[in-house]
Write a protein that binds this ligand. Structure first.
Ligand SMILES: N[C@@H](CCC(=O)N[C@@H](CS)C(=O)NCC(=O)O)C(=O)O
Length: 209
């Protein structure tokens, strides 16, 4: 049975949980990092699996892997789901482009607003830095809106793919944070389109920002 190690409140763990629902992969989820003293990320057992002390980690029949997006690619590929992650170099590259954009550009853009307004983290209380972060985040969401205007459906084209998992969770986070949301019609429609999927309702749009 596939083991998914990581608290289910983590956006990166939720990527993996959602994909498993899409692919109907049976799994057990061990909530490492959820505050329980017996599942601390600096526990030597966990540290031996991921030296970065971060979740998610999977263990699939003895094979251990960390980095959420690598896990998504591995699970889709190892289970033969070329519908979600096609083998054609150009289709695959387009999906990878949006997955990588999410982790390298979009994700860092929301860091300050999220830690400030949702987590209330110490040191994230500078109004100017907050305003800059919110503006940057909105700029990236406009980029996404433009792409969705082109596809009229999902992020990499007219079918749901692996890229919609990190992007969909990011859209949910955007709507969950108490900031001014510029009216992005296609992003709103995309959010509703994803909400018809059980995996997104269970692990994405489930009340957790
Ligand atoms: N690049 C990593 C980032 C993982 C990450 O940042 N995980 C967070 C939770 S979302 C974490 O484990 N933080 C440490 C903690 O919660 O103590 C990935 O995509 O898997």
């Amino acid at each position: 049975m596939l083991r998914i190690l990581g608290k289910p409140s983590s956006i990166n763990v939720r990527k993996v949980l959602w994909l498993c629902r899409e692919l109907e992969i049976p799994f057990v989820n061990e909530a490492w990092g959820d505050g329980d003293a017996s599942r601390r990320l600096d526990d030597p057992v966990f540290a031996s699996l991921n030296p970065n002390l971060m979740v998610p980690v999977i263990e699939d029949d003895g094979f251990v892997l960390w980095e959420s997006n690598s896990i998504l690619r591995y699970l889709a590929t190892s289970r033969g789901h070329t519908d979600l992650y096609p083998v054609s170099p150009r289709e695959r590259a387009r999906i990878d482009q949006w997955i990588d954009w999410q982790s390298s550009d979009l994700n860092p853009a929301w860091k300050y607003p999220f830690l400030s307004l949702v987590r209330g983290s110490p040191g994230y209380d500078d109004p100017q830095a907050l305003a800059t972060g919110v503006a940057r985040w909105s700029e990236f969401m406009r980029v996404l809106d433009k792409q969705l205007e082109t596809t009229q459906a999902f992020v990499s084209g007219n079918a749901f793919t692996l890229a919609d998992i990190p992007i969909g969770l990011s859209v949910h986070r955007w709507f969950s944070v108490p900031i001014e949301h510029p009216p992005l019609e296609r992003v709103c429609a995309y959010y509703e389109r994803l909400s018809t999927r059980e995996g997104f309702r269970l692990y994405g749009r489930n009340g957790t920002p």
